[in-house]
Design a protein around this ligand. Structure first.
Ligand code: ATP
Length: 456
């Protein structure tokens, strides 16, 4: 058990310049670098990880707009250059750190994967769903379990059901991808961000190919039926992949979820996802109440493959950082910008095109208040200046398809509306590739609202 606050050195408000720190095994260097500041970390000796991905010795890693930690299992020395809030979390023994339980979880999952592999005959590895209240460290744990698994040669499928944070995609989506290779330590999202996708052009780490569905809202509660439809679709593509590829099948899946509370609605939505993804292991972070409720609810249930569903409550790390609206908006805006323009490591050249209102088919999701059963799922949008700076999803469907088909189609990519000239009835459109906008329908969601002018 780690007791919040115990064994922590007092935070250093803004440590700057150059310093060298030594971490004992299982200690963490926790840092928060915001407002476009940056900090550079170099591993001088020992071993160190960020969320399951190892830092290379003597390589400089630069972090911007990131709240995270570097931990060590064997001890290490780090050189830190730059300004950020940071402190070292010390643990007297490994047992005092929640990290040990996460690692034990990883080894238990590896054992399941080994069993699935040797059993063959279509036996699937563990399908693990990670849930808990908001800010309990779900995504960080998902990244660790994925990073550790890939380092041992596994290729888990990773799915994200939280539209507030895109996995290899823009916010407002749910997505899934196979992870079989190295993750990017420097990325704010540490391997779960856009830097690892092919749509961003050449990549420093091997690219992942996600399947993406567009939700266009922030919270599941904003349009539960639509979220359920997309979760069902995503689960179906995950199932297809697990059936098709024996290495992925043996590795199983890791599913990250939005922060749900332990009320009936949250439990119902979790139970829905658990059923759709044939989950057989549910990790509950930071809520014994939710752990108990799920245990009770799933005690008699079996997966469609006939396995029992095991609920594993795990402790939340007291290091999980609060992220205010300003920080999350900065991260979101940076993701949208990176999608079109790349980042410091690789610059992309998006194309700008001028298109007539008559040459595009834009559909609009209903407003929040209308998002209930019986309402039109998508309507043809009236193009106006209101659309300026919004990012629209390009759907893998035909403009003549029924609205429901368009809404549930996979996403091919995104475009941004740079300008709307109502007088000339022309749109200036920013697109990651230079091809003409084809016959694909575009969907204008309700979130995230644009805060930046991409061409400004
Ligand atoms: N031990 C830690 N030390 C420092 N920062 C941490 C630690 N664990 C997690 N964080 C950071 O805290 C923030 C929240 O963590 P994370 O995203 O994993 O939580 P979450 O439960 O998935 O959140 P949400 O409910 O919003 O999806 C992230 O910026 C993450 O990098």
């Amino acid at each position: 058990m780690s007791i919040p606050g115990l064994g922590q050195l007092a935070p250093e408000p803004t440590a700057s310049d150059n310093k060298v720190i030594t971490l004992q095994p299982y200690w963490e260097w926790r840092f928060s670098v915001t407002r476009r500041a940056s900090v550079t970390v170099r591993l001088l000796s020992g071993t160190a990880d960020r969320d399951g991905t190892e830092l290379a010795l003597n390589r400089a890693y630069k972090f911007t707009d990131t709240k995270s930690k570097i931990y060590t299992l064997q001890g290490c020395t780090l050189e830190i250059t730059g300004s950020c809030e940071s402190h070292v979390a010390q643990y007297p023994t490994p047992e005092a750190s929640p990290l040990l339980t996460y690692i034990n979880m990883h080894f238990a999952l590896q054992e399941e994967r080994r069993r699935a592999e040797s059993a063959g005959r279509g036996v699937q590895g563990p399908r693990v769903l990670i849930c808990g209240p908001a800010n309990s460290g779900k995504t960080s744990l998902a990244r660790k379990l994925v990073g550790w698994a890939t380092r041992m040669g596994s290729q888990p499928l990773v799915a994200n059901l939280d539209p507030a944070e895109g996995l290899l995609s823009l916010p407002g989506t749910v997505s899934a991808a196979v992870y079989g290779t190295l993750m990017d330590v420097e990325e704010s999202a540490c391997g779960f961000g856009l830097g690892s996708t092919p749509s961003s052009g050449p990549s420093a780490v091997p690219v992942k190919v996600p399947v993406v569905y567009y939700y266009g809202r922030e919270k599941v509660e904003d349009d539960v039926p639509h979220w359920k439809d997309l979760t069902r679709k995503l689960a179906s593509s995950v199932r297809a992949k697990l059936n098709k590829d024996k290495d992925v099948r043996a590795s199983g899946a890791i599913i990250d979820t939005p922060g749900f509370e332990s009320g009936k609605e949250g439990l119902d939505l979790l139970a829905f996802a658990i059923n759709e993804f044939s989950v057989n292991i549910v990790i509950v972070l930071g809520s014994s109440q939710m752990g108990d409720d799920l245990q009770r609810r799933l005690a008699e249930e079996k997966t469609p493959l006939g396995e029992p569903i095991i609920v594993v409550p795990l402790e939340r790390s007291d290091g999980v950082a609060e992220r205010d609206e300003q920080f999350t908006r900065t991260i979101r805006d940076a993701a949208i910008k990176e999608y079109f323009f790349g980042d410091a490591k690789r610059t992309l050249s998006p194309s700008t095109q001028s298109v007539s209102f008559d040459d595009v088919a834009i559909f609009k999701a209903p407003d929040e208040s209308e998002a209930y059963e019986g309402q039109p799922v998508l309507e043809a949008a009236e193009i106006s200046a209101e659309m300026s700076h919004w990012t629209l999803a390009v759907m893998n469907a035909s403009v003549n398809d029924p609205p429901e088909t368009i809404r549930q189609a996979p996403v091919i990519g995104f475009i941004a509306i740079a300008d709307v000239d109502e007088d000339r009835r022309r749109l200036k459109v920013l697109s990651p590739t230079s091809g003409r906008l084809g016959n694909q329908p575009l969907v204008w969601g309700r979130w995230p609202e644009p805060y930046i002018n991409l061409l400004g």
